[in-house]
Design a protein around this ligand. Sequence first.
Ligand code: M6R
Length: 608
Amino acid sequence: MCGIVGIIGREPVAVRLVEALKRLEYRGYDSAGIATLASGRLERRRAEGKLRNLAARLETEPLAGVVGIGHTRWATHGRPTENNAHPHASRRLAVVHNGIIENFRELREELTAKGHVFATETDTEVVAHLVTDEMDGGLAAEAAVAAALPRLKGAFALAFIFQGENDLLIGARQGAPLAVGYGEGEMFLGSDALALAPFTDSITYLEDGDWAVLTRDGVSFRNAAGETVSRARQRSQASAFLIDKGNHRHFMAKEIHEQPEVVGRTLAHYLDMSNGCVRLPFELPFDASKMTRVTLAACGTAYYAGLIGKYWIERYARIPVEIDVASEYRYREAPLDSSGVMIVVSQSGETADTLACLRYAKQQGQKVLSVVNVATSTIARESDAAALTLAGPEIGVASTKAFTCQLSVLACLAIAIGRARGVLTPERERELVSDLIAVPGLMAEATKREPQIEQVAAALSKASDVLYLGRGTSFPLALEGALKLKEISYIHAEGYAAGELKHGPIALIDEEMPVIVIAPYDSVYEKTVSNMQEVAARGGRIILIADRRAANEAAIDFQAVVAMPDMAPDFAPIVYAVPAQMLAYHTAVAMGKDVDQPRNLAKSVTVE
Ligand code: M6R
């Protein structure tokens, strides 16, 4: 989940390394550092905390050199101190690493016994010492890396530069993404194409087990067996412009407000609006009429999108759907047969656990369809078909527009599968498509509730615990609302199925407890009203997100009602996500939190 970059150029590289790191900060921001070769000598600058601390450091202590590597860290092993910040170095080399070296303890013991002295708490430092050890034994840099790589267990992307080697940069990939970029007389390495976009749009993605030897004039690739291999070069679509916040204070605010547009764009990609039907822009990689089961796997917000997708696929396609968080699913040894299919959902397309589920399903002979935002990501490339969400780059760590685009795509998939299975009549499909077409406009209407939501958030910011309740498709949205609140405000929040409350969580209700109820006027609305009565009877403070008709019928003394536009209820979660996101956003802002880069988190989770 760290970001890594490397440049072997003709001009000084320090400023460009920092520029690339800025575009990788979504992967982690606990500390940052760069190392360059200045007159053949390795030099480093590192700083604890955000990248701006490193940039400030470089103002007063600049680094020369035309070869360099950089890193922005999400700490796994060792506290986020300057000493633990990458690059890690020895007298021979400097290295940056994204991932985890699982066997670092045994390697460290072995190398310590040989006289190596370790200076940090990180797993990465063993890589520096291991390669150094091989070089001390007489191997040249390239051969030393070749000898060291097979000894590393775990997931990693690595970039190395070497003392005295002014025309050499080596990268390696095992389970974490790495791209090579081509320039005019200069070459680049980066965790993704976005990082390299200011310098080049000509990219090669390394495959698992690959390593690459870069000089100013080009690159040669080796596979895990050490054989020279060729890897395709492609044009990257990643934008070179530094993505900005527009008129908004935070990326998250901008991304919440972009939703009517990006959901509209996504739906337009999947719907034939004039004929009132779904038209998928790719071929399903399975025969929907013959499949017997769908398995969904994803993490975090993408998992909650998948959970809502389960309701839709079961309802519209009448096919059983199993869903699990990817970190559990991958180790469950769940039986899969070739008549089932797997759908994975991911914004980044690089989430390690989700990718592992995809690979597991493929090994078991299943076809895998991914719902994914980054078209060039590993998940998009490895799945049998990728259903793209057209959310555009999502920078805020708290996922917002990717979520509603995932829901939009899942809704279209459910309808397409339902039609292919003969479950949905053309009339019913037309009705559903017409409901979907209305969604972007309803989302725009929902954003107008922001002033009121800001007031509700001011009160919420005083709470230490918050409950979110919902039934049917509003239950996963309650989980998502609670996740949004806890990840950016650090207030403890939990989502529950409203009907589950009486089986335990109701014990938490008192006059202090804000209870946010998401209750569109749907087939289970009356049941939710009964659950709200149970909360009200115990003095709970209910904040209702519902349309006016629903609020009036409930006849409960609510602390606040966020009045949503009237709508057909099927796709309400896409619209009701807007107030849930805004509530979390304004609560965090009221508390003065770092909304776009909340503590301990990273946007792309490439470790398990
Ligand atoms: O990139 P992915 O969609 O695979 O990421 C999955 C989760 O890490 C992600 O949704 C995370 O939960 C977000 N921080 C939620 O806002």
